[in-house]
Each structure stands twice: as structure tokens, then as C-alpha cells.
Design a protein around this ligand. Sequence first.
Ligand SMILES: Cc1cc2nc3c(=O)[nH]c(=O)nc-3n(C[C@H](O)[C@H](O)[C@H](O)COP(=O)(O)O)c2cc1C
Length: 147
Amino acid sequence: MRRFPAPVAVVTGIDEREEFGLTVGSLVSVSLEPPLVCVAIGKDSARHEPMRNAGGFAASLLSAEHAQLAQHFARSGVPPVALWAGVATRPGVQGPLLEGALAWLECRTWAEYDAGDHTLFLGEVLSTELGMPGRGLVYHDSTYHPA
Ligand SMILES: Cc1cc2nc3c(=O)[nH]c(=O)nc-3n(C[C@H](O)[C@H](O)[C@H](O)COP(=O)(O)O)c2cc1C
């Protein structure tokens, strides 16, 4: 799969007023009617339970300039305060939205499926917003590239 470029997004949410976020390469479009997307979250991740509790999530679809941000949200063990320090966001309904993204999705969790060491979260897309047009960010061969 390392040879298969994956678009990069940051999924965020709010669990008991605490905001969480993580970098994902698994966000895919699944259905148009109703509009559904899917993301796979590792059960070992500290963000897995918050994701389950939140009942929904936001996704910021990263631009080619966002490689550092993607790295930041992929770090382990970052305390919540440090996670958001210096990160330009604006509030969303389901979670913080990262400024400068290509687009944003806000979803409520439609279904959860057990998938081995991950859980698949299907999100019903409640709203979408477009940012500035530009190249997306992909992860390929363990490196970030412009799409
Ligand atoms: C490019 C990239 C894509 C990733 N995609 C996913 C993903 O789809 N699902 C996931 O659970 N973690 C993914 N991760 C890992 C998470 O961003 C993060 O490192 C992990 O949730 C950290 O868990 P921890 O806080 O328990 O250490 C990805 C990391 C990178 C760098």
C-alpha cells in the first residue's frame, strides 16, 4: 500500500468538550445518496475512543502546503493543549476546521464496523465547504507529496 498514493486529511472531533484530531490516509467517499464517507481508525490509537464517543467528526482535506500539519496530527502522546497550539482553526459543529484546507466535511457517525485492528466509521456528510483551490496532499512511499 506504500506504493499507492493516499490523500491526506485531518479528522477532528469533540469528546466531552475536549477536541481531538488525527491525520488519516483512509478517508474515502462511499455513497452519494445518502452522502457517506468512511475512515478507518486504529483501535490502539488514543483517538479511537474519543472518535466513538463524539458521534460525529469533521474532516479537513489537506492542501499540498500542509505536510507539517499532517506530521503534527500524526504524533503520538501530544497533550490536548499542545495539539492545538499554533494551529490555525475555526470552530465547526463536529470539530475544529483547519484553516487553509482544500475543503471541509462535517459528518455525523452513520455506522461503525469492526475491521480487525481498526474500526470503520461511516460518516453521513451533513455539510461541505470549499476552501481555496489548490493541489492536495498525498502520502506515498512514506513521504508527503503534492497531488
Ligand atoms: C499519512 C498518515 C496517514 C494515517 N492514516 C491513519 C488512518 O487512516 N487511521 C488511523 O487510525 N491512523 C492513521 N495514521 C496515524 C495517526 O495519524 C496517528 O499517528 C495515530 O492515531 C496516533 O495514535 P496515538 O495517539 O495513540 O499514538 C496516519 C498517519 C499518517 C502519517
